[in-house]
Design a protein around this ligand. Structure first.
Ligand SMILES: Nc1ncnc2c1ncn2[C@@H]1O[C@H](COP(=O)(O)OP(=O)(O)OP(=O)(O)O)[C@@H](O)[C@H]1O
Ligand SMILES: [Mg+2]
Length: 234
């Protein structure tokens, strides 16, 4: 069964209903125009397309960060209902790990505390938190940096921490928006290796990217053009 099934998904910004940013009557932007997409469990998928083609919009809908204007989103066969804030929050907390380009780490917390945060929010026992955080820091090569704060780290290490934090609660779905955009080539390779390892452990990963190297690493590429799925290379 597909993990993700999108049916005729539309997203319009600025129609006065679905966005905080626009006043009613402001010019509408039709960011997604009928996206149909199936993604299987354990797939690693790149989403490509020109700037403004709707990639981030699509990712935000997949992560239940934003509502769609029309259409349906099934996750593991169940409808995702973002109009119910507590269910949407639970979905994000339990199923999704979000990795963004600017890392969004908390600067006055240590690496360890940043990564532990999602587990504390889930109120897991202290011993469970210690072993999971220790495990993922080890796995991502961050064990010796656990007491540093984000600003003491290189960009690549900061991105590693952001990935650790995004997957420490073992979400079914990892979403990454331009995760290597700000990194040099060698660091990018290291980050891609991490995604590949996560993929090999059975996670479903969707990466928005402009970078051919990143897309080539993924098993499948979905290309967006003007808010529609245009083509998929095999
Ligand atoms: N919050 C918003 N309010 C209004 N319009 C928006 C909003 N977010 C995105 N848009 C518009 O929706 C369209 C799609 O934007 P989106 O950010 O999804 O593109 P993208 O493919 O991620 O582009 P990029 O590669 O530059 O990140 C663009 O025309 C953009 O200006
Ligand atoms: Mg974007």
């Amino acid at each position: 069964m597909s993990l993700i099934e999108l049916k005729n998904v539309h997203k319009t910004y600025g129609d006065g209903r679905s966005s905080l940013w626009h006043k009613p009557g402001a010019l509408a932007v039709h960011a997604l125009r009928g996206v149909d997409l199936m993604i299987g469990k354990g797939e690693m998928v790149a989403i490509m397309g020109k700037s403004g083609s709707g990639k981030s919009t699509l990712l935000n809908i997949l992560g239940a960060l934003d509502r769609m204007s029309e259409g349906e989103y099934l996750f593991d066969g169940t409808k995702v209902r973002i109009d119910n804030p507590s269910r949407a929050a639970a979905f994000r907390r339990e199923q999704v790990g979000f990795i963004v380009q600017d890392f969004a780490l908390i600067e006055d917390m240590t690496v360890y505390e940043n990564v532990a945060l999602p587990l504390r929010q889930r109120r897991l026992r202290g011993s469970v938190i210690r072993s999971r955080v220790g495990g993922i820091l080890e796995e991502l090569g961050l064990a010796d940096k656990s007491r540093k704060t984000p600003l003491e780290l290189s960009g690549g290490d900061q991105q590693r921490v952001a990935i650790a934090r995004a997957v420490v609660h073992e979400p079914a779905l990892g979403l990454a928006d331009e995760p290597t955009g700000a990194l040099d080539e060698e660091t990018e390779r290291g980050i891609l290796d991490i995604f590949c390892r996560l993929y090999e452990t059975g996670r479903t990963i969707i990466i928005v990217t402009h970078d051919r190297n990143v897309a080539d690493t993924c098993g499948r590429t979905v290309r967006l053009r003007d808010g529609r799925v245009e083509e998929e290379a095999p």
